[in-house]
Design a protein around this ligand. Sequence first.
Ligand SMILES: Nc1nc2c(ncn2[C@@H]2O[C@H](COP(=O)(O)OP(=O)(O)O)[C@@H](O)[C@H]2O)c(=O)[nH]1
Ligand SMILES: [Mg+2]
Length: 299
Amino acid sequence: MANFSRQLSNTRKKFSLFGSTSQSRLLDESIWVEIEETLIGADVGVAVSLKIVEDLKSRSKHYGASSIRELTEILKDQLKETLSGFDLTLADGGAPAVWLFVGANGVGKTTTIGKLAYRAQRSSSSVVLAAGDTFRAAATEQLELWAQRAGVHIVKGAEGADPSSVIFDATEFAHARGVPLVIADTAGRLHTKKNLMEELSKIQRVAGKGPGTVKEILLVMDSTTGQNGLVQASQFAEAVDVTGIVLTKLDGSARGGIIFAIQDELGIPVKLVGVGEDLEDLVPFDAGAFVDALFETNA
Ligand SMILES: Nc1nc2c(ncn2[C@@H]2O[C@H](COP(=O)(O)OP(=O)(O)O)[C@@H](O)[C@H]2O)c(=O)[nH]1
Ligand SMILES: [Mg+2]
């Protein structure tokens, strides 16, 4: 996958305890508290951080680790394990498969769909976009621009149209043309607005009523939001069956550590990561590359 090194430079600063100047430091009792504070300060999440340090203590004893350098290697393995065990593929199948994008306002839903459309077009797989954000006319225009750039079809509704019906129409449109995938946008919404969350549940139901099958519900989260995003996320996960997280704006964010809390607390994998505003700035998440980049000492 793309090298995370540059995009993670701000998050990496939070891990400086493990940087080159400390590598030869010998271990003493205070190190455990420092590691705990480092992890929590890096947005890894309190519960996960405590678990990791407990486990690190026993593993380092088992291996007889005596310096930060040795401890770091054990910790890296642990962090990779914490993130492993999830299926990160985006499911297809269905005629068409539907990938539904949900999340708060401004997190990067529409941009991510544009990037995916571009990727699909480059790999010669066809896709139909559904302009399910009917809340503002400008939202449809924004998606239309992405569709033009990527050279893919878009199904639109009038401003204020029922988003469920727009997405349903897109599944029929795709089915009639033998297009295997519909990627559907939805309006950003506050997780506290009950009626809007119910609207999402309806969208999920209706999107699968015709020829389409909802295969992915991707919750887009802005990585600069940190721990607050977790509360939002759990509300979305109650309204719809979220199958994966897209974590955007990792470039520049200092809160990339949130990935550990997301996967541990929500039990939902991060499948894609947004690392910029351009068409190519979307990468499949790779736990190994991510953890290695957090501990790179000379980047
Ligand atoms: N730096 C950066 N900006 C992003 C990323 N993804 C989206 N954005 C920007 O975030 C803003 C909101 O994006 P948009 O897709 O309209 O959000 P939506 O309201 O969820 O549809 C836009 O200015 C995007 O260019 C990312 O991965 N990195
Ligand atoms: Mg949008």
